[in-house]
Design a protein around this ligand. Sequence first.
Ligand SMILES: [Zn+2]
Ligand SMILES: [Zn+2]
Length: 650
Amino acid sequence: MTIAQTSISVYLKDNSKKEIPAGSNGLDLAKSISNSLARKCVGILLNGELKDLITTLKNEDKVELITQEDPRSYEFLRHSTAHILAEAVQNLFKNAKIAIGPVIEHGFYYDFEIPDHKLTPEDLLKIEQEMQRIVNEDQKFIRVNIEDVDKQLKEFESKGEKFKTELLQEHRNENPTLYVLQDKSGNPVWDDLCRGPHVMSSGQIKAFKLLSISGAYWRADEKKESLQRIYGTSWWSKEDLNAYLARLEEAEKRDHRKLGRQLDFFSMQEETGPGLILWHPRLAFMRSQLEDFWKNLHQEKGYELVYTPHIAKNDLWNISGHNDFYKENMFYMTVDEQDYVLKPMNCPFHVLIFKSTRHSYRELPIRMAELGTVYRYERSGVMHGLARVRGFTQDDAHIFCTREQYVNEIKGVIALVNLIYKTFGLDYTAELSTKPKDAIGGNEIWDFAESGLAQALKEYGLEYKLNPGDGAFYGPKIDFKLKDAIGRIWQGATIQLDFNLPERFGLKYTDKDGSQKQPVMVHRAIYGALERFAAILIEHFAGAFPLWLCYKQVAVLPITDRQIEYANKIAGLLTEKNIRVFVDDRAESVNAKIRDAELDKIPYMIILGDKEVQENLISVRARKRGDLGKIKIEDFIGKLVQEINSKQFQ
Ligand SMILES: [Zn+2]
Ligand SMILES: [Zn+2]
């Protein structure tokens, strides 16, 4: 005789056990805890997977309730909003066919094929209205298992949904599901092939906006159908949506490609090819300051500067292994029947320098640094201003040390990362990535390398996130993520262990007991690439650089021609102290000159009228802070020199 099971137990997030009636779903579980919790719940993490809130629970399930405060709740919201978008588009454009609609950072998109209609910004408004109508109707998301795949395929085909047909065919053996949207009376009004998870009904979608339209290809393949992509965003409240839209507007204003044109920082031209940057004088000046700062700092910290060529024979890349694992990113050429490679990395050259002489343990650590320009093939679609390019200069360095020195060396690099980022007022976080599946090298060396990185982070006092299995095949690494002035995250420094190159090049040093040992090799870059770092700084400072990075530091603005002579004298005094000064002696009004200097983001303006000439003083105006009043030129110079030397950034 069996007794019907009337209750089941599930494990909650804190591993406590909770007994609930058999047949309960996530929502029932939430209600059994409290009604207010149930109201905030959006979905569940069921045995490690995000699932609909109304998924039926089984005995011994591990369940975490996901509320609106949980960042993972956006997955439910935004994905559901994408479906509502697709439903609205198909309601408005009867011959629109739907492709895919994934969640992306802060939002979602959906791809459509709409024959004979090119979407316009006005269409977005109409689509938003239709979406709002669907939201107001509070349509239910119902999950349906596709039992008869062939029948469903026919159904998709009859509607001309060729993309859905292709996807279902591809996933037919993975228990495919359909999400059906139902109106209040329970009638199906729309459906989409989807794994989920979703919110329970469209009424939960509170604050959304469609942002832009762009072109796309089915499966991102230029040879396949061209599609129209609509981007949107969705939030749990109007306040959150508005805050996000304000951030977006601010980010657009700061876009380095836009400011790059406005301030004449850089260009890319048809004749040079994509991803190859021409640095114009203003940004080149900023770069030279970054380079000088970097070189001085590294020499201070015991690094030695080296220079290496831009190309090398193919043989080098055979030894290093790049021809095996990096081939699709390298540019090849043949000269005098000899194959050459444009270097994608500086490391093999530094290894050759190390290898050119014998080393004793007494010489270690050896820290070799180079601002090395490398070339890597990137698909033309992924390039982005200065942030993603084909030719760039890394602030590269390689440390060769003994096992005993290793933790201290890593700590030294972390301290240097901190010093450099603080100089620009950039916050950062660290992530430690460990042994991946395809790793080379045994457990002993991986344990040594990983625990050393962790120990260095701990001893330095830096919290970090662990990314298990995310290391490179040749060693574990620490990645730094930078946070700019408006909270955006950028890829920053890396510290990378390498078991591969020392082995392949047979690197050795003579230890105390006379034995030959393999040095520990560390790759590290702090700016990362000067191109990307320049993009970060342009956006972080919205183009208004700290004084020490400014190509134009001071503008001298005579009010009339009568003050030009005095203006030139003042400019001469500033130039003597290596301050970069420009006299605006155009026949423009002083207001026009001030406006232009502000647009030019020049930190200081010296305004000179008859009064200033008589009193032998200057009137100073600062970017952002406005009028600073009349002072003596000597005092002003002292202030500027101090501001430059301390690399003040506000
Ligand atoms: Zn879906
Ligand atoms: Zn390297």
